[in-house]
Design a protein around this ligand. Structure first.
Ligand SMILES: NC(=O)c1ccc[n+]([C@@H]2O[C@H](COP(=O)([O-])OP(=O)(O)OC[C@H]3O[C@@H](n4cnc5c(N)ncnc54)[C@H](OP(=O)(O)O)[C@@H]3O)[C@@H](O)[C@H]2O)c1
Length: 319
């Protein structure tokens, strides 16, 4: 089968299209014919082989050579202990930890998958898992979002932000998004009430305050976020700069002790809320924002777009 593989850490230039052996499922696994896969920030961490990702997929060279976690496809075969799915079922999910999505076929345990609603395209399905789970778990589980609040999403034009605003709008809230100039029109069209261009304005220094900040970038000192929060406000980060995340871990208890402001970090629970996303999608409340589609053969262009952060919403590859 065709797959995009890498055999050395180092960045997108290490990726190449190759012929590899088609996998076969273990007893508790299904074999999926992939129809679409989306690119995530985590794929880049694994490509470059930073410290944490070498612990997971290293240390010297990548153990798993096919990246790609968010897939959508059709089940072709099932292992003998599989009970939830049968051949022909249309499924999607986040395979992070084992990856293998940038390929024509993947094997996955059944717990990593959810049924794809009939009205959802494979491309829409592949855009959802990681970004939407981070948004749901950040806004609802950690952020405890409530109607009447003022919300801000930093890094709002990517996957987490474009799902985040639509999930937040299930509540009666005002949502502000922060990103670069080229993404602001798209952000307004997807539901942001206000947008801030970070190249022109610093939202932590303009006197405005929010009840909940969801951060996909984490590129500022924690004290700056604290001053953009209302007295009982909460700051929730899903990821970003490693040094800032460490700072969040160390300083947050101290800031929380001196004020009522809360600082929290999302530890992704893959696929936990896919059934909720199916409900939102089927009732017309969520529309994924997709940049692309790209063909598997055009992977270099797609990865280049992501690495320049020029994408809007999610980049999806057709297989
Ligand atoms: N917590 C966990 O367990 C877990 C698991 C997986 C992934 N993650 C993390 O989750 C995040 C994924 O977010 P995502 O999918 O939304 O990423 P994304 O699609 O890359 O979106 C991030 C957005 O931030 C914008 N941005 C860049 N610099 C900015 C700045 N200075 N201020 C505001 N916005 C800025 C980017 O565009 P421009 O550069 O054009 O502005 C882009 O639109 C990553 O941080 C990843 O590491 C966490």
């Amino acid at each position: 089968m065709k797959a995009i593989i890498y055999t050395k850490f180092g960045g997108p230039q290490e990726l190449r299209l190759a012929e590899v052996e088609k996998p076969s499922p273990q007893n508790n696994e299904v074999l999926i014919k992939n129809h679409a896969v989306s690119i995530n920030d985590w794929d880049f961490g694994l490509l470059y082989g930073d410290f944490i990702n070498r612990i997971m997929n290293g240390p010297r060279k990548p153990r798993r050579q096919i990246l790609g976690s968010d897939i959508a496809g059709v089940i072709e075969a099932v292992g003998k202990n599989v009970t939830k799915f049968k051949p022909g079922d249309e499924v999607y999910g986040d395979l992070s930890g084992r990856w293998g999505g940038f390929a024509e076929y993947t094997c996955a345990p059944e717990r990593s998958l959810e049924f794809k609603p009939a009205g959802m395209s494979f491309e829409q399905a592949a855009s959802i898992p990681q970004a939407a789970m981070l948004a749901v778990q950040g806004l609802i589980d950690k952020g405890n979002i409530k109607s009447g609040q003022k919300i801000l999403i930093n890094g709002a034009g990517g996957g987490v932000g474009t799902f985040g605003v639509q999930i937040a709008k299930q509540y009666d809230v005002q949502v502000t998004g922060v990103d670069s100039t080229v993404k602001l029109d798209m952000m307004r069209s997807v539901g942001f009430d206000h947008v801030i261009d970070y190249t022109k304005e610093d939202f932590t220094n303009n006197g405005k305050r929010y009840d909940l900040i969801l951060d996909a970038k984490t590129n500022r000192p924690m004290q700056h976020y604290a001053r953009a929060l209302n007295d009982n406000g909460a700051y929730v980060t899903v990821g970003g700069s490693m040094s800032r995340l460490l700072q969040a871990l160390i300083l947050s208890p101290w800031i929380s002790m001196r004020s009522k402001k809360k600082f929290r970090i999302v530890n992704l629970k893959p696929n936990k809320d896919l059934a909720y996303m199916n409900q939102l999608f089927e009732s017309g409340k969520i529309k994924p924002v997709i940049d692309g589609y790209y063909k598997l053969d055009d992977f270099a262009e797609a990865f280049s777009l992501y690495s320049k952060a020029e994408h809007k919403g999610k980049i999806v590859l057709n297989i």
